[in-house]
Design a protein around this ligand. Structure first.
Ligand SMILES: O=C(O)C1=C[C@@H](OP(=O)(O)O)[C@@H](O)[C@H](O)C1
Ligand SMILES: C=C(OP(=O)(O)O)C(=O)O
Length: 441
């Protein structure tokens, strides 16, 4: 299977003289879209999903739930009706379940399928997914009674044998919303309540959506307990805009002189907004009013954000902040190049097992554009203030690297060529069109 970005399209991003200006509605949230499709597939009654993300990762999820028996009607404009198979109804398939490039799909869906006694599925994906560990979900699922065979014990492809699961109390070794979600989903089928303890808070979209679906779920600090259910009661889900996509424009507005950008309908769930807090600490001014979210909310707050350019100072991102800003840490490195003093990220080893090794690809990529940046075992150190010269950067097939390169180009002195720009379509297919809108004056 091929990897997006390998040997693909090279696109040049010139300095955005005069700044980025305008108002955007950022694309639907990827994490919440994945969950809406998977939870709707578990329901028995049809579920209306509004504003579903039309991107490679979330389309992999729709294809996967269809293969195991759910019906997906696509009404256009991000509107779907998903008719599920019920919690106990996913069917076996011939061949593999292809998760494409989507780590979230690969780690959430097994939580459900592990609870189907006597049935089995084989999961596989692209060359990037084959480097992403599944032992982190195989461990707790085995403790619950499922069997999993993986290549080298750790990586896809892997085969999952469902079982009558037993409840566990699972203390997670790493803060991962994907692992937490997997165990909670499996825990909906155990006779006694299942508990997950996180080392630090991570995104809580699963907890919010399951609570909205009538699942007994209790949270106290970093402990989450889920009770058994026979059915999910979800009528409709309205997916808010993605903070992780919005973050590219927040970063661009802050570092490209003369910018003023307004971002509408952004999910500002506290477990996702770590990047905004870090950027504000560095001196960025992000104004946002909390707003109600419309008729069918999965319990997620949204806001309109207003960002303008301004001077930055370096900061240190501590380990407990990492899960709250995990996908935006590459952008912290970029801001660091434009900030006075040192910007340090610590406790972010998890970056090594994303779509690319994001410590190596960010550090090598930005250094190639003129940054003074060094990798550490668990993050990076940037000595900023000099901005970026420009040059060439590879996405390594990683959507967030591709878009990082683009924003770096806009803020650079000489422009940046991004190799493998098409990888952006994994989470943000409209990235180029939105950029063109912010450049049109
Ligand atoms: O649960 C989710 O939707 C996600 C959790 C995070 O991964 P980890 O759980 O591996 O930290 C994040 O990096 C990923 O983009 C999406
Ligand atoms: C890490 C990411 O996603 P996933 O784990 O779902 O592939 C991401 O979107 O940055």
């Amino acid at each position: 299977m091929s990897m997006p970005g390998e040997g693909g399209e090279t696109v040049r991003f010139d300095p955005a003289d005069g700044g980025l200006r305008g108002t955007l509605r950022v694309p639907p949230d990827k994490s919440i879209s994945h969950r809406s499709a998977i939870f709707a597939a578990m329901a028995q009654e049809p579920v209306r999903v509004r504003n579903y993300l039309d991107a490679a990762d979330t389309n992999s999820t729709l294809a996967a739930v269809e293969r195991i028996g759910a019906r997906v009607e696509r009404h256009g404009g991000g509107e779907l009706t998903v008719t599920g198979v019920g919690l106990r109804g996913p069917r076996e398939i011939d061949g593999v379940l292809d998760v494409g490039n989507a780590g979230t799909l690969m780690r959430l869906l097994p939580g459900w399928l592990a609870a189907q006694p006597g049935r089995r599925w084989t999961f596989d994906g692209d060359s990037s997914i084959r480097r992403r560990p599944v032992d982190r979900i195989a461990g707790p699922l085995r403790q619950m009674g499922a069997a999993i065979e993986a290549s080298d014990e750790r990586f896809p492809p892997f085969t999952l044998h469902g079982a009558e699961l037993r409840a566990i109390e699972y203390a997670m070794p790493v803060a991962s919303a994907q692992v937490k979600s997997c165990v909670l989903i499996a825990g909906m089928s155990t006779a006694a309540p299942t508990t997950v303890i996180e080392p630090a808070p991570s995104r809580d979209h699963t907890e919010r959506m399951l609570a909205a679906a009538g699942v007994p779920i209790e949270r106290a600090a970093t402990t989450v307990t889920v009770g058994r259910v026979d059915e999910l009661e979800l009528e409709a889900i309205d997916v808010p805009g993605d903070l992780s996509s919005a973050a590219f424009w927040v970063a661009a507005a802050v570092i490209v002189p003369g910018s003023r950008v307004v971002l509408e309908n952004v999910n500002v769930n506290w477990t996702r907004t770590g990047f905004l807090r870090i950027a504000e600490r560095m001196g960025a001014i992000v104004d946002g009013e909390l707003e109600a979210h419309g008729a069918f909310t999965p319990g997620e707050p949204v806001s309109t954000l207003e960002i303008a350019d301004g001077p930055l100072i370096g900061t240190t991102v501590e380990p407990e902040e990492v899960p709250l800003a995990i996908d935006e840490l590459p952008l912290v490195a970029l801001l660091g190049c434009f900030a006075d003093g040192e910007t340090v990220v610590r406790g972010a080893q998890e970056l090594k097992v994303k779509e690319s090794d994001r410590i190596a690809t960010v550090v090598d990529g930005l250094r190639g554009l003129g940054a003074d940046i060094e990798a550490t075992d668990d993050g990076f150190v940037v000595r900023g203030g000099g901005g970026l010269r420009g040059g060439r950067i590879s996405s390594h097939g990683d959507h967030r690297l591709a878009m990082l390169g683009a924003i770096a180009g806009l803020a650079s002195r000489e422009g940046v060529e991004v190799e493998g720009m098409e990888a952006a379509a994994v989470s943000y297919p409209g990235f180029a069109a939105d950029l063109a809108r912010l450049l049109a004056r």
